[in-house]
Write a protein that binds this ligand. Structure first.
Ligand code: 9D3
Length: 237
């Protein structure tokens, strides 16, 4: 059975170009995932097709209302007997990382709720108990791009999605170090040469150089990852 993604959004048209391209498309074509979009506005019951309303107590902006979200979740969940892991994209959520991607890649059904411009009525959180997920500390216009980031990171971890030598395992974050620098032809581009060791044919020397590059770069650019790497290395001894 393919991993089923239910995506609840006010802008389903934003998803087609991303999910219909590259790895997410290939995964769907191979029958490894399916994407099921629900337009939250289709579940609105009033004459104006409302999905949001002004906040009680005042304040700026609008708030996504309970009725359409609850009905959209129930509508999507009825379409398949499997229990969905519910995820709501929110700036207040747990920050998404590779460990969470791995955890979610083990589920058989994920339901993602993306809001736009605004926040959610708190009873959506209380009543539906979704996992709340953020993709980082910056302000987006809505949860749609965040949902696509989460989907992309999960899909590429599924068995059979990547080719054998795309090697998801030894990439950045799998072992806590960022990548080594890479080069291809030509050997000299506008006076910038390829590091000599890579042309040496000495595979042990190349591996040692690459590991050193990864360490130096991680220490310089990602002190957070470097601290974790040093602590992990110390524990293993
Ligand atoms: C006034 C307070 N704002 C919260 C920081 C309101 C607000 C801003 C942006 C409410 C929602 C949004 C839209 N963002 C998302 O829905 C979102 C998001 C993000 O903005 N950054 C990182 N991850 C995510 S996941 C969903």
């Amino acid at each position: 059975m393919p991993l089923r993604f239910d995506i609840l959004t006010l802008f389903p048209e934003m998803f087609a170009p991303i999910l219909g391209t590259s790895i997410p498309k290939r995964a769907a074509n191979k029958g490894l995932v399916e994407y099921c979009l629900t337009n939250i506005r289709d579940l609105s019951t009033d004459a104006h097709k409302s999905v949001d309303d002004r906040p009680f107590g005042g304040g700026p902006g609008m708030v996504m209302m309970c009725q359409t979200i609850f009905d959209a979740v129930e509508h999507a969940e009825r379409q398949d007997p499997r229990v969905a892991t519910r995820i709501i994209l929110s700036p207040q959520g747990r920050v998404f990382d590779q460990a969470l991607a791995t955890e979610l890649a083990g589920k058989d059904r994920l339901l993602l709720i993306a809001g736009h411009y605004e926040g959610f009525d708190e009873r959506i959180i209380d009543g539906l108990s979704p996992m709340q997920v953020s993709i980082g500390d910056y302000v987006l216009s809505g949860g749609e791009l965040a949902a696509m980031v989460v989907i992309d990171a999960i899909v590429r971890l599924l068995p059979g999605v990547l080719g054998a030598d795309d090697g998801a395992a030894d990439e950045t974050f799998a072992d806590g170090l960022i990548e080594y620098p890479q080069y291809t032809r030509p050997r000299d581009f506008r006076g910038m040469p390829v590091p000599e060791v890579l042309l040496s044919g000495n595979h042990k020397a190349i591996a040692a150089w690459r590991l050193e590059q990864r360490k130096v770069r991680t220490e310089q650019r990602r002190p957070d990852l470097w601290d974790a790497f040093i602590r992990k290395s110390a524990e293993e001894k």
